[in-house]
Design a protein around this ligand. Sequence first.
Ligand code: A2P
Length: 281
Amino acid sequence: MTESPRSSVPELTLSNSVRIPQLGFGVFQVPPEQTQEIVEDALAAGYRHIDTAAAYGNEAGVGAAIAASGIPRAEIFVTTKLRNGDQGRARAAFMDSRRALKLDTVDLYLIHWPVPSQGMFVQAWKELEGLYRDGYMRAIGVSNFLPEHLDALADQSQVLPAVNQIELHPGFRQAALAADTVARGIAVEAYSPLGQGAALADAEVAALADKYGTTPAQVVLAWHLGSGRIVIPKSANPGRLRENLAAVDLDLTQEELDTLDGLDAGSRIGADPATASFSQL
Ligand code: A2P
């Protein structure tokens, strides 16, 4: 099951009624000079949801691929993110992203990290609320936010984040944070969904791949989809990006989802949002 998907990618409905394809294509670490070609290939394969960020330096390639694809703009869901160093100039930073992407609007704009040490994420969120009200984006959300950061937004602002994009893979399930996020009516988006490849070597994952005649990556992505999360795997490889898309054809049983839930080992790969500052981003 490594060819093009038989089924189309399911959509989830965000809290503001905007629909988002549940499986998207992430371009973190895709080199800027390769981004257009890879995203064009992802769109040709059938992806209709692309996740980039100002900090990745590859928004221009994403925009060029969308323009070259000939696919109507309304059929592609585009997410980008506010850099940490731009939290004090969110409106201007968004306009920079908009220019780089050559898009009038984006579908989802996220605060990339809370950077609590900077003390600016609530102010940045208020700027995002203004941009959202002005119609520059169909939804706004956050990334790497912990419950205390979500509390601060709930206390001091008006618009509920539509999503919280967090590190989430079999070795690092973040069950408490994910449940807290969902309980607030915020959709969970999983980044590094394959554990940057680490999850693919697991014996339980391999056993399910054998059972269904799929690849380990398809099993892990089916676990995300079956658990109701939005998921944005990345691959710079034309075969693997198609393989990942075809995971929409695999339905795991509840028991199998539970088995994979049991693989959590608290193995965070990325930074801890409570302390991450990433001033370089
Ligand atoms: P590559 O770009 O060479 O395919 P994550 O999305 O969790 O961050 O994982 C991304 C990593 O996993 C990348 O190194 C990517 O490498 C690799 N990867 C992506 N899809 C697959 C797949 N289907 N099988 C094996 N490795 C994959």
